[in-house]
Design a protein around this ligand. Structure first.
Ligand code: CA2
Length: 142
């Protein structure tokens, strides 16, 4: 049976590929989902892909992952820098967590340099564009 990986995307990432391509590129979130499903097939991982603009909904999805998922890939977007609730939820999840940022948050404004989620994540991939999501799956496959 293939392992289930939850992929969570935070607020405004539904606009990926539609605004600010100079920062976030031209790929849409649907493109990212397709790439991850293809890579998941190749690696024997099943992908459950989510996006929400609501903090509490992301917390609910993490609770659901507790029952179902072998691992979590999360781009918490702006909630990375603000949300103790998402950190607390991730701390109740027993499997590995990889945090992904499309942009290099350390090259950007100072308020983006700290992420609450990073203290929980096994690893953080930032600045490699949407490739970071795909690379996170290699980690889980390994
Ligand atoms: O680089 C990343 O992946 C971020 O998590 C993206 C967040 C930002 O708040 C983080 O500091 C870094 C913003 C997501 C907004 O996504 C958009 C995508 C396209 C157009 C507009 C917003």
């Amino acid at each position: 049976m293939s392992k289930l990986i939850y992929v969570l995307n935070g607020p405004n990432l539904n606009l990926l590929g539609k605004r600010q391509p100079e920062i976030y590129g031209h790929e849409t979130l649907a493109d990212v989902q397709k790439r991850m499903e293809e890579k998941g097939d190749a690696l024997g991982l099943e992908i459950a892909f989510f996006q929400s603009n609501h903090e509490g909904e992301l917390v609910d999805i993490i609770h659901q992952a507790r029952e179902q998922a072998a691992g979590i890939v999360i781009n918490p977007a702006a909630y990375s820098h603000t949300s103790v609730a998402i950190l607390d939820a991730l701390n109740t999840f027993e499997g590995p967590v990889v945090e992904v940022h499309i942009s290099n948050i350390h090259k950007r404004e100072a308020f983006r340099h700290h992420s609450y989620v990073s203290s929980r994540a096994e690893g953080v991939i930032a600045g490699l564009g949407t490739l970071g999501y795909v690379l996170a799956l290699d980690y889980f496959a390994q």
